[in-house]
Design a protein around this ligand. Sequence first.
Ligand SMILES: [Zn+2]
Length: 99
Amino acid sequence: MSMDEGLPTPPENVRKPKVNDLGQHEIRCADCDCILLIMMKTEEIDFVNKFKVENCPKCKGESWLNSLVGKYFIAQAEGMTIKSMTFDEKTQVMKIRMM
Ligand SMILES: [Zn+2]
């Protein structure tokens, strides 16, 4: 019989959630294929995120229009910096502009 048996396991909710557990998506430039952003899913919800990345730092191009369902944390890919994010009410598209 192991000494560890019977020890209480720390409850899940006190541990920091790992954002990568639900999956992550690389958002690439449609023109030069470099990785611009990494979207990390933090929650399974029905919300649809529509977004487009503009002003690729490498080629000044842009990404495709992306559509992801869930709650996401937006992380900048290595060497990438977000300049601004604007939500277009008409199209419901978030436009993310890079530096
Ligand atoms: Zn590009």
